[in-house]
Design a protein around this ligand. Structure first.
Ligand SMILES: Cc1cc2nc3c(=O)[nH]c(=O)nc-3n(C[C@H](O)[C@H](O)[C@H](O)COP(=O)(O)O)c2cc1C
Ligand code: SF4
Ligand code: SF4
Length: 257
């Protein structure tokens, strides 16, 4: 079994790693931007695909990856996992439909609530304890479903018609402009200390930082929030105007495994 994931703040990474580890102790999980990920997918017949929900959609990078490698999916068994801050409607369905179009056998889907990665919005901020509790519940949910899957019962979260309608009408249609193109809307403030970390971390190679200049963006941002949540100077924002408090899975999960 192979897990692949896009993860900005570590939530989807954690959920896919945990799911794969509990399902198959010989399995492994890799970031979707890993150089040889296509070869790895070819060599495995059961793929767990994980990513963060964005406006009840899958990140554009993930959708493009599926389309650009359309020949990879024929007869592959795929299980879709999306993580979310609150609501994703058909977050898993958004990739499941594409994968089926390219011949995959989608076995099921899980939509898992995790801490919200949008750290430049006050509205989405939760307390440390609330986020710890959310992670605990997510871990229990994964464990519960892995047990059921081993008995042959697969969850179908996000995969039915009602989920499709709720995802579409609840959010996707209203935010289509935000998700149908890569973004060039990162704001980088003068607080930037030109450390280059954001360039090294970006899964899209969207940022270029040279010498004493602030990073420049290349219009290829898939809105994962990795740079926003890791910048040591809290200099980067995307949807909001100020970083309220950087959010990463590790910050809330010190007691979890
Ligand atoms: C641009 C963007 C849009 C988001 N949209 C949604 C959403 O529609 N519904 C939701 O519940 N969470 C939403 N979130 C929150 C993330 O899906 C959630 O925090 C996820 O677990 C982050 O996973 P990651 O750490 O693997 O990137 C959004 C996050 C970002 C960055
Ligand atoms: S991580 Fe932050 S401080 Fe470092 S170069 Fe990027 S924007 Fe500047
Ligand atoms: S620029 Fe930042 S938010 Fe955009 S894809 Fe790269 S790391 Fe993610």
């Amino acid at each position: 079994m192979l897990g692949i994931y896009l993860s900005g703040t570590g939530n989807s990474k954690h959920c896919v790693e945990r799911f794969v580890r509990l399902m198959d102790n010989t399995g492994k999980a890799l970031p979707i931007e890993t150089e040889n990920v296509v070869d790895e997918i070819r060599d495995n017949d059961f793929i767990v695909l994980g990513y963060p929900t964005q406006f009840s959609n899958a990140p554009l990078m993930v959708r493009d990856f599926i389309k650009e490698h359309a020949d990879l999916w024929r007869e592959k068994k795929v299980f879709c996992v999306c993580t979310m801050g609150a609501f994703s409607g058909d977050g898993t369905g958004c990739t499941a439909r594409l994968l089926k179009k390219y011949g995959a056998n989608v076995l099921g889907g899980l939509q898992i609530k995790m801490p919200d990665s949008v750290c430049d919005s006050k509205l989405l901020k939760k307390s440390f304890e609330a986020n710890q509790m959310i992670i605990k519940q997510a871990d229990e949910k994964i464990e519960k479903w892995v047990k059921k899957i081993k008995e042959g019962i697969y969850p179908g979260e996000g995969l039915n018609l009602l989920n499709h309608i709720s995802g579409l009408m609840g959010q996707r249609i209203w935010y289509l402009k935000k998700t149908d193109n890569y973004s060039d809307k990162l704001k980088i403030s003068d607080a930037c200390i030109k450390c280059g970390l954001c360039q090294r971390q970006c899964p899209m190679n969207n940022l270029v930082q040279t010498g004493q200049d602030k990073p420049k963006q290349l219009g290829r941002c898939t809105m994962c929030y990795r740079c926003v949540s890791h910048c040591p100077a809290q200099a980067i924002t995307l949807l909001g105007k100020n970083v309220v408090e950087q959010t990463t899975y590790e910050k809330f999960a010190s007691d979890n495994t």
